[in-house]
Ligand binder design. Structure first.
Ligand SMILES: [Mn+2]
Length: 380
């Protein structure tokens, strides 16, 4: 049996649009300590990063590289890194040479940047690694880097069954990843299944698949393609909750797998349209059950009573201050025009009668507010 820890699409260096961008960047780096500790605790033999560890291959910092290496130190097995389309390797790219030299003597690292079989010995078992790494940002339309692996198996069709054969690739998967232009090393599941490896470890798609993995190790039937997704949600539109996969490949080549939640942050977006409800209560209903380790985007629209409206910033801040960061948009939030506000005008005035008439109709908050704003603008 061999045991694999799988992550990818970590995008170290990708910016965050929030005020606490630096803090979020550190959390993303520090999650590698969480992952390495978990991989060690689970006695995984290899730790695989299936592409896009970095956001790009030119604008990386020494701090990021050193922090990654330090955080990975608690894992003593083999660390295999596949260059993805964001951090692709080619002749003029220095990133992976820099990473290798910094890692020397600290972690047991192999950058999979050749189209060849990498042989490992794990628990006295023979393991063959077949990498389809990215050697450019985009692929020629409809092409991927699987050809050499197909050819290898055509030429070696009676490999010893006891050898563990692991394919690692980075690119879009037909049916899982949008890639309209077919320029992200598009692979089909049929194509992958027809190659005689025992398991495929895939990167590129930030949302994980298969989606049904649970937190407990379970036998996986009829699937040998695994994409763990990002270890941390990178933004609100990212379909990842921040997880890795732990995969056990048994002597009979059956597969057991589970997910491990590694994300230190979750990004959440709420659109709340109010119609007279208590602001504090509505915010508590929406946000109360969230853990503190969230970045919240809150979009408030509609109508609240005048008292809540005057205190809106206090109420909003009180409900949001416990989160890592938050962004609020309340420009479209309006006060309900009520009898109290009407007192601004004398009872015989046109304004009073006009507004009073509008307010007499049900569900006229928007109209009353518009009329009130118009009257106020004419008064000036
Ligand atoms: Mn990618």
């Amino acid at each position: 049996m061999i045991k694999i820890f799988l992550t990818g699409d970590n995008h170290i260096g990708r910016g965050f649009k929030y005020d606490k961008a630096d803090e979020l960047g550190e959390l993303r780096l520090n999650a590698f300590k969480t992952m390495a500790d978990k991989a060690a605790e689970e006695q995984c033999d290899i730790f695989v990063i299936a592409g896009d560890l970095f956001e790009n291959n030119y604008n990386y910092s020494q701090h990021e590289i050193e922090s990654l290496i330090n955080n990975l130190k608690s894992f003593h097995g083999k660390i295999l890194i596949l260059p993805g389309n964001h951090d692709f390797d080619s002749e003029n790219v220095k990133l992976w040479r820099v990473f290798e030299s910094k890692a020397e003597g600290k972690i047991n690292l192999k950058i999979l940047n050749e189209f060849k079989v990498y042989e490992l010995n794990v628990r006295d078992e023979r393991v063959m690694i077949f990498p389809a790494y990215c050697d450019s940002e985009h692929s020629p339309q409809g092409k991927n880097n699987l050809d050499w692996i197909k050819e290898y198996f055509n030429n070696n069709n009676n490999l010893d069954n006891n050898i563990y054969k692991i394919g690692i690739a980075h690119g879009a998967i037909e049916g899982e990843t949008p890639d309209a232009d077919r320029k992200y090393f598009m692979m089909s599941k049929d194509e992958l299944n027809n190659i005689n490896v025992d398991v495929w470890l895939i990167g590129h798609t930030h949302a994980p698949f298969p989606k049904y993995l649970s937190l407990e190790l379970e036998l996986i039937n009829n699937n040998k393609i695994f994409n763990a997704g990002s270890h941390m949600q990178n933004d609100i539109n990212d379909g990842s909750e921040g997880q890795c996969f732990i995969i056990e490949l048994n002597n009979d080549k059956s597969i057991k797998a589970k997910k491990f939640l590694s994300g230190p942050v979750n990004f959440k977006k709420f659109d709340i349209d109010l119609n007279g409800q208590d602001l504090n209560q509505e915010l508590d209903n929406a946000l109360g059950s969230l853990k503190d380790n969230c970045v919240v985007e809150l979009n408030l629209t509609g109508f609240i009573n005048k008292n809540d409206f005057d205190n809106r910033l206090n109420i909003i801040n009180k409900n949001l201050e416990r989160f890592i960061d938050y962004e609020i948009n309340y420009q479209e939030l309006r006060p309900i025009i009520d009898q109290n506000i009407l007192k601004e005008f004398s009872e015989n005035s046109f304004a009073y009668k006009f507004l009073n008439n509008i307010m007499a109709e049900p569900d006229n908050n928007a109209e009353a507010y518009m009329a009130y704003s118009l009257i106020k603008s004419l008064e000036m």
